[in-house]
Ligand binder design. Structure first.
Ligand code: ADP
Ligand code: ZN
Length: 613
């Protein structure tokens, strides 16, 4: 038995370690360095919290947790307090008295886990305090959370993370554990190099999140599609909707509110105070939908986010996977839903082209975008592709749109050739490049003003694709851009199409173009599959349900009193298990998952009372 299992049971009230947690915890507690790659919701926190507790108990002193998420430190520390662990944070939200108080406790070695932002950890004053602890043998461990922030290849690059190499240089004997939920091979190598983790043990978990169902739909009227998705699949449930721009965030939030959904906007253009308020509301109240830019979400550990929707396509698979991973941390059935269209492809390509970055960097970004486009266009299992991207082989999952409803495929090769040769001929005859709309008009034989003006009726492909619907041609166009057989060039806001090296193979018919038949949204409520457990309370009988509802109301009061999110007090699943057990005495509560010694002591009597009443 691991010497750390008793801590898991006593402090956190959990029965057994998950996946590689035990191996990681044993290694780190024994003083080894580690790089931990685990998907969101995999249980990374325990991988440093339990070693921190074990080492503090052994007299080895404090663990410093580096985290970029100032706004969340309060709740993270609150959760540890609830479990009876001595924890604190140092950041700019503290008054100077509060900060001095934390520093005093720190220097006395009374704190087990100290959370701080990277800029704090690397400043002179803090390092001097670390020196003092180190001299007295009270500097136990460094945990570097969200370690991908150190890499410019990661999607959340934070220059302050670069300074963290000082930790190893200054305290070579203090072990370090770096953790992240996303790192492709390039990012991983960068983390190792930047943080000098060459001799750290690497722990890679499966990246699969089997309870999340992946769905990517063709974008038609995105906001209506979103509204229908929420109303049909997730009424009254918490979710996150990601949009590209601030303006769009505002519009969508208003649209959802008007439809009676409790939605809030979140983006970098809002006041810090407003952002914090919205974040708190999302964390503390039930059933809030956060409409946000990518500025929102890192470190949000709300366990019952039931869906993550993308109204615009992210930049790459790492970003997409990180964002969708915020759904269903509690392991219960959740959705990752994205609407994707031609404009997304064009926009993302344009953003790369127009960025001031160097050509090498752009090349890497294009490669990453291509992988995401291939995922969006895929007609086979989404999960197999996602996991494959992170180097993990798998078999079709049965819990993504393509597995559940295999798409009809049609052969778009002929349409693709007509589009490409139109691009070729219009350029050849005039020396100009044209956009997607005009090109499709020519292929479909539409006599628009522009067609007449340019004399493009005489192009030999004019009207050759009159049998294709506009939607079909759009799909072909999207795929041609996605596979790099067409390049979109943007100048002064005008996008034009250019042939590429890859165009030739398609023109010659060497590369078949397979497309998914565009389907209208299915009206049926989709059945949950066996690997997607139902929500926490789904299996409760009538009496248990009544207890559950009363327990939730009680929890809401406690959470409010403690100024913490409800799930920090107890998860839904823990409340459901209590309701099911119909406890008569404290001993009936023993062994319920999520109920550690401290919580039993603090809340046991109240919980019994609620259940009896
Ligand atoms: P991550 O940081 O990897 O996204 P967390 O550390 O927030 O994940 O853990 C996700 C959820 O799983 C949390 O609610 C946590 O309490 C729970 N959890 C972690 N380890 C275990 C375990 N061994 N048994 C039961 N629940 C666990
Ligand atoms: Zn699948």
């Amino acid at each position: 038995m691991s010497p750390h299992l008793p801590i898991l049971r006593e402090i956190f009230g959990y029965d057994a370690f998950r996946g590689p947690q035990q191996a990681i915890i044993d290694h780190v507690a024994a003083g080894g360095d580690a790089l931990v790659l685990m998907p969101t919701g995999g249980g990374k926190s325990l991988c440093y919290q339990i070693p921190a507790i074990a080492r503090q108990r052994a007299g080895q002193g404090i663990t410093v947790v580096v985290s970029p998420l100032i706004a969340l430190m309060h709740d993270q520390v609150g959760a540890l307090h609830e479990a009876g662990v001595s924890a604190a944070f140092l950041n700019s939200t503290l008054s100077s008295e509060e900060a001095s108080d934390v520093e005093r406790r720190l220097l006395r070695g009374e704190i087990t886990l100290l959370y701080a932002a990277p800029e704090r950890v690397t400043n002179g004053r803090f390092l001097a305090q670390m020196d003092s602890l180190q001299e007295r043998g009270l500097l136990s461990l460094f945990a570097i959370d969200e370690a991908h922030c150190v890499s410019q290849w990661g999607h959340d690059f934070r220059p302050e993370y670069r300074g963290l190499s000082v930790l190893h240089e200054r305290y070579p004997s203090v072990p370090r554990v770096a953790l992240t939920a996303t790192a492709d091979a390039l990012t991983r190598a960068d983390i190792v190099e930047r943080l000098q983790l060459e001799s750290a043990e690497l722990f890679i978990s499966s990246f699969d999140r089997p309870n999340i169902r992946y769905t990517i739909v063709e974008k038609k009227d995105a906001s209506t599609q979103l509204l229908r998705f929420i109303e049909r699949e997730h009424p009254e449930e918490a979710g996150v909707v990601y949009c590209q721009s601030r303006k769009r965030v505002e519009e969508i939030a208003v649209m959802l509110c008007e439809a009676g959904i409790h939605a809030l906007p979140y983006h970098a253009g809002l006041d810090t105070a407003v952002r914090q308020r919205h974040q708190n509301e999302f964390l503390r109240e039930e059933g809030v939908v956060m409409v946000a830019t990518v500025a929102f979400g890192m470190g949000i550990d709300k366990p019952d986010v039931r869906f993550v929707a993308h109204l615009d396509m992210p930049k790459n698979i790492e970003g997409y996977y990180q964002e969708t991973g915020r759904a269903g941390r509690d392991g219960l059935a959740s959705d990752a839903w994205m609407a994707y269209g031609l404009q997304d492809v064009v926009n993302q390509r344009r953003m790369i082209d127009e960025s001031p970055a160097g050509e090498d960097f752009k090349q890497v970004m294009r490669g990453k975008l291509d992988a995401l486009l291939a995922l969006a266009e895929a007609t086979d299992c989404r999960r197999v592709r996602l996991l494959g991207y992170f180097g993990e082989p798998s078999t079709p999952c049965g819990n993504c749109d393509n597995c559940l409803h295999p798409p009809q495929v049609w052969d778009g090769t002929d349409a693709a050739r007509k589009l490409l040769s139109t691009v070729y001929r219009t350029h050849q005859s005039s020396g100009h490049h044209f956009g997607a709309g005009h090109t499709m008009d020519i292929v479909r034989g539409k006599k628009t003003e522009k067609v007449a003006q340019r004399g493009h009726e005489s192009i030999s492909t004019f009207g050759l694709g009159a049998d294709y619907s506009e939607q079909q041609l759009r799909a072909v166009m999207r795929q041609l851009i996605a596979i790099g057989a067409l390049h979109v060039h943007t100048d002064d806001g005008f996008s034009t199409l250019h042939l590429t090296e890859a165009s030739r193979a398609v023109l010659k018919g060497d590369v078949p173009v397979q497309l998914r038949e565009s389907t209208s949204q299915r009206g049926d409520k989709r059945p949950r599959t066996r690997n997607a457990p139902a929500p926490a309370a789904a299996n409760l009988g009538q009496d248990a349900m009544v207890r559950y509802i009363h327990l939730k109301a009680w929890r809401a009061e406690v959470a409010k009193e403690h100024n913490l999110p409800a799930y920090v007090i107890f998860h839904d699943a823990t409340l459901a298990a209590i309701a099911q057990a119909a406890p008569q005495s404290l001993s009936d509560l023993q062994g319920i998952s999520g109920l550690g010694v401290k919580k039993l002591e603090a809340y046991g009597a109240q919980v019994l009372k609620v259940c009896k009443d």
